[in-house]
Unconditional design. Sequence first.
Length: 95
Amino acid sequence: MTPITVEVKGRTCIVTGATSGIGRSTAIALARAGAELAIVCRDAGRAEDTVRAIRDETGSTAVDVFLGDLASQNAIRSVAAAILLWSRQVGRTPA
C-alpha cells in the first residue's frame, strides 16, 4: 500500500467504495494518517463491517457513513446534500 504523502490529520475526507478494494485500502490509509472519514456505501451491513475494520485496524473512531448508490443521480444529490448538512452541523469542511 502506498502511504499518504499529504497532510490529512484533522481533515475530513470523503471516500466512495470504501467497503472493498481500493476504496477500503484508501479509507484505512487515510484513517491511519489521521483523517476524519465520511464513507459513502450502498449497503448498510457492509458499511458497518467496514467501519468496524477501520476502527480495529487504525484505532480511529472518526468515521461517519452515508448510504447511497452513486449509479443514481438522485442518490448522488441526496448523499451530497446529507454530507453538506452534516459538515455544517459538525463544523467540518470536506477535503
